[in-house]
Design a protein. Structure first.
Length: 342
């Protein structure tokens, strides 16, 4: 992969960032996990926007699969704009923000803590406003991220979220898979998705699909296509796309499907083949597909860490798509690194 852009360089830094996180974040992670065991929350709320909200969606699936604890995404405007207080005495609150600066995220986290929730924050800045209002701050240890499009901070957010769950639930298999991630992600940065790059160079629109935890990564993929490639992309669950959206699929319409090796893989591959049968150019990260184009996928030692490797391979590909379309992914139009909303 070329490193001529800042985004490209930072994608290649992801394995080292995960290694730094695992090496330096254990103490804070254990304290937060101990607090979860002590409070035993009945449910979580998540507080986030943009890429951080996609990390929160991943956390939702992981929590419900590992711990059996439901997660509800709460709009930050409930506290910041509408000035309402929620009943959260039985809850834990997870706020995710790489900068920790957006006033609405900070206000919601502050309200959740005041309402009785155990408040946790994932942020790359330990001295941020979000860290100050939270009981437990889990620093991402991603280092400086200069590219406007978040890559290192997104992956460290996802890893931190699932690591928290693994420590809380004392899941030995998941903890082992997390420790192996740096080497696995090094391989993930080198996967050849060139056929998809070629197909998307002149595309106007596409679908991104996934199911379960991989659906959260599909949401992130669609956002990155918009941010870095000026390419309209919509994300759907593979369980939902056939309930209407598939109607706009025509011959040659590109579709990217992110599939982990988990209980959903067979059904996801079946959807990939059905859409390919309608004339779409479907690319899927599963060898279960028959007629859809198969993309190489690095597998991990756990179904919940598979999507993390997939998004790293995706990032390497989408940076190439941006350059192929003549766009500098380091300077997305109309965007800046930190967006603060009230």
């Amino acid at each position: 992969m070329s490193t001529q852009t800042q985004m490209g360089s930072e994608i290649l830094e992801i394995p080292a960032a995960i290694d730094a996180l695992l090496s330096n974040g254990a103490g804070d992670m254990q304290k937060a996990a101990d607090a979860l065991r002590e409070t035993n929350p009945a449910f979580f709320i998540s507080v986030a926007r943009g890429s951080s909200d996609h990390a929160a969606t991943y956390f939702k699936y992981a929590s419900e699969l590992i711990a059996g604890v439901p997660v509800a995404s709460v709009g930050p405007s409930i506290a910041s704009i509408y000035d309402r207080r929620l009943k959260l005495s039985l809850a834990a609150s997870l706020a995710i923000s790489q900068s920790g600066k957006s006033p609405d995220i900070v206000r919601m986290a502050e309200m959740a803590r005041a309402a009785g929730a155990l408040s946790l924050a994932l942020t790359n800045h330990r001295d941020s406003d979000l860290a100050q209002v939270s009981q437990h701050t889990l620093e991402l240890h991603a280092g400086v991220e200069q590219s406007v499009a978040a890559t290192k901070t997104f992956v460290t957010s996802v890893v931190s979220a699932v690591w928290l769950l693994a420590e809380w639930q004392q899941d030995a298999d998941l903890l082992k898979a997390l420790r192996a991630l740096p080497a696995v992600l090094e391989t993930a940065t080198q996967q050849n998705w060139g056929a998809l790059v070629e197909d998307l160079t002149d595309a106007q629109s596409l679908f991104c699909l996934g199911r379960g935890p991989a659906f959260a990564l599909s949401n992130e993929a669609a956002l990155k296509f918009k941010e870095t490639c000026r390419l309209h992309a919509e994300s759907y669950s593979s369980a939902e796309v056939l309930h209407g959206p598939v109607s706009i699929v025509g011959r040659g319409f590109p579709v990217l499907i992110l599939s982990a090796r988990d209980a959903a893989e067979a059904s996801v591959a079946e959807v990939a083949d059905r859409i390919a049968g309608k004339g779409a150019n479907v690319f899927v990260t599963s060898d279960h597909a028959v007629t859809a184009n198969r993309l190489p996928a690095v597998r991990t030692d756990h179904p919940l860490t598979d999507p993390i490797a997939l998004i790293v391979s995706f990032y390497a590909m989408v940076e190439q798509v941006a350059r192929a379309r003549g766009i500098n992914p380091d300077a997305p139009r109309h965007l800046k690194k930190v967006t603060e909303t009230v």
